[in-house]
Design a protein around this ligand. Structure first.
Ligand SMILES: *Cc1c(COP(=O)(O)O)cnc(C)c1O
Length: 494
């Protein structure tokens, strides 16, 4: 069966997977969704005997149906290689009553690597398939994690250039250091005098700057987006749910068909949406547990059926979840409104105009698989401590939000179903918050603190962090918002 992609907001003609990956998002402001959700057609027993790449192919071939076997396997082979510091790619660790799925063994030690290590290959393959022959120029605005993961993915990839804008005074010191030391002639990193919203708005304007787009086309270049709404990021995220499930089968914890819960620390709703698709593809998932930090807009949505972004934005120790508009929720809204672009568009219009919308009772009734919870700052720190005191395992604040929510869920419901917590970042990426939660001295410079954390956790400092010690700064341009367009032209030699 060929799976095509259409917009969540209008009934335009469906396009192929490779076209959707190349374009990023439809012109009507919606998101691409599959016209049908395919069923897993490889048996669970068989999947349990495969390695990560094998599972990746078995899953992704169902959704990216216009890629040939050869093309897709080449993308998978290029992505999940020695860039990851373990051949398992995503190890599953048991601690206390739960299993932690470590999604942070890629080049930037956060889960964005799971998708951004393959997206560049999916995209260049898509460009070749669709005969565009153009060089792909990725523009990204980042608040920290996405920028470096996208740089790491695209650096050195033939046929691409990548430019990342970050708020000069709005990212952590490790995050800035990671970005400005990026090697690769096809990369450029620029600090903006302004905040993340400024950077993001300007990037969006550049994507639709007709004069610039035409000038680029004349020079054989086209823009694309590495943002989390690209289905080329969503699809690879379904893989690790199937992988985790089948590892629990392989070690005898469950039998084929037994339910497993997944607990996901959520921001833009991309990661948990991938779990939802995995379930709809037939993976025997019990509950999808959506965990928020103090920015609990999703918790309130699942509790009341009303999505309301009109509230104070809080800065927390889990910054990648500090989000009030969870873009990917739009895809869930589309599906529970009966795959209706018309109804979905109306909700999104209300969100844009009033900052809120309320779904119908009939739609709410379809959310029975979801459970939601949140952890505030004190609960998050307490969870880091509790998990460490139990058996010496150290988790990062994002993972701790999910772990804290799970601990209370299990106690309150008595649901003893084996449960997997998505571990979305290495504790070394947020070492300050982690060491503080463990009651340690945090006055040291970042890299020395990493050494201390290594002693405490009994795990070596990840290469992604130790490599920063003597990495030279290769990007030092800082500009105002108004100059971003000119910086793009300069980088592209226009
Ligand atoms: C991006 C991110 C999240 C949130 O994932 P979504 O797909 O946006 O819900 C959680 N934890 C970390 C460490 C992240 O980088």
């Amino acid at each position: 069966m060929d799976i095509m992609y259409r917009s969540t907001r209008s009934d335009s003609t469906p396009i192929t997977a490779s076209q959707a990956i190349l374009r990023g998002f439809p012109e009507d402001g919606g998101l691409y969704v599959p016209t049908a959700i395919p069923a897993l057609d490889t048996g669970l027993e068989k999947l349990a005997a495969m390695d990560y790449k094998g599972v990746a192919y078995a899953v992704m071939r169902l959704l990216l149906t216009d890629y040939t076997e050869e093309e897709l396997k080449a993308c998978i082979d290029s992505a999940y290689d020695s860039k990851f510091d373990t051949s398992e790619i995503v190890p599953l660790k048991k601690s206390g009553d739960a299993w932690y799925l470590e999604l942070f063994h890629g080049p930037t030690i956060a889960f964005k690597d799971m998708a951004l290590s393959i997206l560049p290959y999916l995209m260049t393959t898509a460009a070749a398939k669709n005969g565009s022959g153009k060089e792909i120029v990725i523009l990204t605005a980042t608040s920290g994690d996405t920028g470096k993961a996208a740089l790491a993915g695209f650096a050195g990839v033939k046929g691409t250039k990548i430019m990342v804008f970050y708020p000069k005074h709005g990212v952590s010191s490790i995050q800035e250091r990671q970005m400005v030391t990026t090697v690769g002639a096809n990369t450029r990193v620029i600090g903006i005098n302004g905040n993340f919203d400024d950077a993001q708005t300007s990037v969006k304007n550049l994507f639709t700057d007709q004069a610039l787009v035409e000038e680029m086309a004349a020079h054989g270049m086209q823009f694309s987006s590495a943002n989390s709404i690209n289905i080329g990021r969503l699809t690879p995220q379904i893989v690790y749910y199937v992988f985790a499930y089948t590892r629990l089968m392989a070690d005898g914890t469950i039998g084929a068909g037994d339910p497993v819960n997944f607990v996901v620390p959520t921001g833009n709703f991309g990661n948990i949406l991938a779990a939802y698709y995995a379930k709809r593809m037939g993976l025997p998932i019990g509950k999808l547990i959506c965990a928020s930090n103090s920015n609990k807009v999703l918790f309130d949505f699942f509790e009341t059926g009303e999505y309301d972004r009109n509230r104070e934005f809080m800065l927390t120790s889990s910054p990648s979840m500090d989000i009030l508009i969870s873009s990917n929720l739009e895809r869930l809204i589309y599906h529970i409104s009966g795959d209706s672009a018309e109804r979905c568009a109306a909700f999104m219009k209300a969100l844009k105009e009033t900052g809120k919308y309320t779904i119908t009772e009939e739609m709410r009734a379809q959310l029975g698989d979801f459970v939601s919870g949140y952890a505030d700052e004190a609960q998050t720190a307490a969870e880091i401590r509790a998990v460490f005191e139990n058996d010496g395992y150290v988790i990062d604040p994002h993972t701790a939000v999910a772990s804290s929510v799970y601990r209370r869920y299990r106690k309150e419901t008595g649901d003893l179903t084996p449960s997997v917590i998505d571990s979305t970042a290495s504790p070394f990426k947020f070492e300050g918050s982690v060491m503080k939660a463990l009651g340690k001295d945090t006055s040291l410079p970042d890299l020395e603190l990493a050494d201390k954390l290594s002693e405490t956790a009994g795990v070596p400092v990840p290469k992604a962090v130790s490599d920063l010690r003597d990495a030279p700064v290769l990007h030092d341009i800082v500009c105002d918002r108004e100059d971003m367009r000119q910086e793009v032209r300069r980088f592209l030699g226009l």
